[in-house]
Design a binder for this molecule. Structure first.
Ligand code: FE2
Length: 183
C-alpha cells in the first residue's frame, strides 16, 4: 500500500463525519431533534482523528518528506494545505465553544454552531479533494520509491506514540455513532 492511500482511506472516514455534521446542522436549523452534545462529539472526533492522527501524519511526516525533496513549506501547495488545516482548527474551536453555550442554555449560540459546522464541512470537503487529486499524486511523484516505506513507518509512529494504541479504533466507532445519530 502506498503511504498516500492510507491518508486517502482516512479521508473517507472524515467525509463520513462531515456528512453527519451537515445533517446535524440542518436539523438544528429546522428545529428537529439534535443534542448540542452531537456537535461536541463531532469536535472531539475532529480534534482527535482529523486533526490528531490524520493531520499529524500529513504535517509531521508526508508534507515534511515532500519539503525534504524540494517543496517549499510556507508557500505553494504544502503551504496552502497547512493554512487550511489551521482554518479547520478555527472552525472546530468556534463550533465547540458555541455548542457548549447552547448546551448551557444559551439559545443564541445556535446560529454560530450551524455556521461553524457548515464552514468546517465546506472547507474540509474541498481541502480533501485537493489533497486526493493534486497534492498526493505530487507526493507519489516527488518522494523516491524507497522512501515510501519510511513514510509509512512515520505514520505508524504517529499512530502508536502520539495518539496511542486503540485510539484510531475509538474514533472509527465515534464516526459510526455520529452517523447513526442523524440517520
Ligand atoms: Fe488530509
Amino acid at each position: 500500500m502506498k503511504a498516500t492511500e492510507i491518508l486517502m482511506s482516512e479521508h473517507r472516514v472524515i467525509e463520513r463525519v462531515i456528512t453527519s455534521l451537515e445533517a446535524g446542522a440542518a436539523r438544528l436549523e429546522n428545529g428537529a431533534a439534535i443534542e448540542p452534545a452531537f456537535f461536541l462529539d463531532a469536535a472531539d472526533f475532529i480534534k482527535g482523528f482529523a486533526d490528531g492522527c490524520h493531520h499529524h501524519k500529513e504535517e509531521g511526516v508526508l508534507f515534511k518528506t515532500m519539503v525534504d525533496y524540494g517543496m517549499p513549506s510556507n508557500s505553494g501547495p504544502v503551504g496552502m494545505m497547512l493554512m487550511e488545516h489551521e482554518q479547520g482548527r478555527e472552525f472546530t474551536r468556534g463550533m465547540r465553544a458555541a455548542a457548549q453555550k447552547l448546551k448551557d442554555g444559551d439559545a443564541s449560540a445556535r446560529a454560530a454552531v450551524i455556521q461553524n459546522a457548515r464552514g468546517y464541512a465546506a472547507l474540509l470537503r474541498q481541502h480533501i479533494q485537493k489533497e486526493d487529486g493534486i497534492l498526493f499524486p505530487m507526493a507519489d511523484r516527488i518522494i523516491p520509491q524507497p522512501m515510501h516505506e519510511s513514510v509509512i513507518d512515520g505514520f505508524e509512529r504517529v499512530e502508536h506514540e502520539e495518539t496511542g494504541e486503540g485510539v484510531h479504533e475509538k474514533y472509527l466507532a465515534l464516526a459510526e455513532r455520529l452517523a447513526a445519530e442523524v440517520k
